[in-house]
Ligand binder design. Structure first.
Ligand code: PLP
Length: 374
């Protein structure tokens, strides 16, 4: 298989564990093991204490799949397949559901594997650009107009990495309906679901809107448990899961036994887990509102509607300069604060990704303030 480098991951590989503050991260500050285990109920505590480190069920622990299914309205445990993170789910989905000559539409800028794996599988990929001049909105009419007879899949990441886009529920339902009518599979990358800001409602999951649609989920982002490497696909179209399970036999075979139990603990305690994540993100959004208001001559941003990421832009001629690559390089060299320049998304040189989920954000922003001077 030939596949282009994952630019964002290569950038992280260089810097992520060598810097003081990862301000470009997409996840929420991870739980400590001790705090997470404290959340266990009687059953999961017994599972944890009695855990044997053998192979696990290839599709995922039945109790874990059952708990994941509860995140949806019309999904059962057998409509869920567990993977090593959303990344393996994406890899297996595209490699088994699209083939040479298929057309796939993917929101953009975006998480590279959502279009790169499809391309590597031989698909023609159209990138559906979100419109910054319209608040990073998803233009559903334009998206529907871009359907072709050979379109097999429409992939929408919402809440969106890196812009924080969240479509209206009416637009989202309209898109799902148009996909269903055209026999196009809608794929919702919903890894930031449940992190909606300012009272915005959680969208219905793709898998609940159409019986062929697929939802991608993970413990890494809203659930703040990235180290578990537990993700999943949920769909009522079991033929999709069956094909993925056959490929998974060649990737990881089955999930990590401790991670499955810890994910189950986190999901059963999801009210507390999500409340913690929302509190961290809301606090950081407040810090950033103040920062961007004070630094308007250097940086402009469209406040994310959901998720744990924003995508600010350098103001041309302003004190941050006009190259995001140079700004990020200077910042990390001088202060040890890591941002992700938009070149890692193949999206020009004017934007950078900023993460809202880490508890050291106030210190990191103080360092950025010092770097900007004035
Ligand atoms: C939109 C999107 N999908 C999928 C993933 C993959 O998630 P994980 O790294 O937990 O497998 C990410 C991670 O950043 C993401 O942002």
């Amino acid at each position: 298989m030939r596949i282009a480098d994952f630019a964002l991951e290569r950038y992280f590989a260089r810097w992520e564990f060598a810097v003081e503050h990862v301000l470009g991260a997409s996840d929420v500050e991870g739980w400590s093991m001790a705090e997470l285990v404290e959340l266990a109920d009687d059953e999961t505590r017994a599972m944890w204490n009695g855990l044997r480190l053998g192979y696990t069920e290839s599709t995922g622990h039945p109790k874990l799949r059952g708990e994941i299914a509860r995140l949806y309205d019309s999904v059962e445990a057998d409509d869920v397949l567990v993977f090593a993170g959303a990344e393996e789910a994406v890899f297996c989905l595209f490699n088994t559901s699209v083939e040479a000559g298929d057309h796939v539409i993917v929101t953009w800028p975006g998480y590279q594997s959502l279009y790169e794996v499809a391309r590597a599988a031989g698909a023609h990929v159209s990138l559906h650009a979100l419109r910054e001049d319209d608040g990073w909105s998803l233009d559903v009419d334009r998206l529907i107009r871009s359907f072709r007879p050979e379109t097999r899949m429409v992939v929408v990441n919402a809440p969106h990495n890196p812009t924080g886009m969240l479509p209206s529920e009416a637009d989202w339902r309209r898109l799902a309906e148009a996909c269903a009518q055209a026999r196009i599979r809608l794929v919702g990358d919903e890894v930031y679901r449940f992190l909606e800001h300012d009272g915005a409602a959680t969208l219905p999951a793709a898998a609940d809107l159409d019986d062929r649609a697929v939802s991608i989920g993970v413990m890494s982002k809203s659930f703040a448990l990235a180290g578990l490497r537990i993700g999943w696909l949920a769909t009522r179209d079991r033929s999709v899961l069956d094909r993925c399970a056959r490929l998974k036999d060649y990737t990881t075979i089955c999930s990590s036994a401790p991670s499955e139990v810890l994910a189950l603990i986190g999901l059963r305690a999801r009210d507390r887990v999500l409340a913690r994540s929302r509190e961290i993100v809301a606090g950081n959004l407040g810090v950033l509102d103040d920062f961007f208001a004070r630094r308007a001559e250097a940086l402009a941003w469209i406040r994310p509607r959901a998720g744990s990421i924003g995508f600010p832009r350098l103001v041309p001629g302003g004190p941050a300069g006009s190259s995001a690559d140079r700004f990020a390089a200077g910042l990390v060299e001088k202060t040890g604060v890591l941002l992700l320049p938009s070149s890692t998304f193949g999206f020009g040189d004017s934007h950078f990704r900023i993460g809202l989920g880490r508890t050291d954000l106030p210190q990191a922003i103080e360092a950025v303030d010092g770097f900007l001077g004035g």
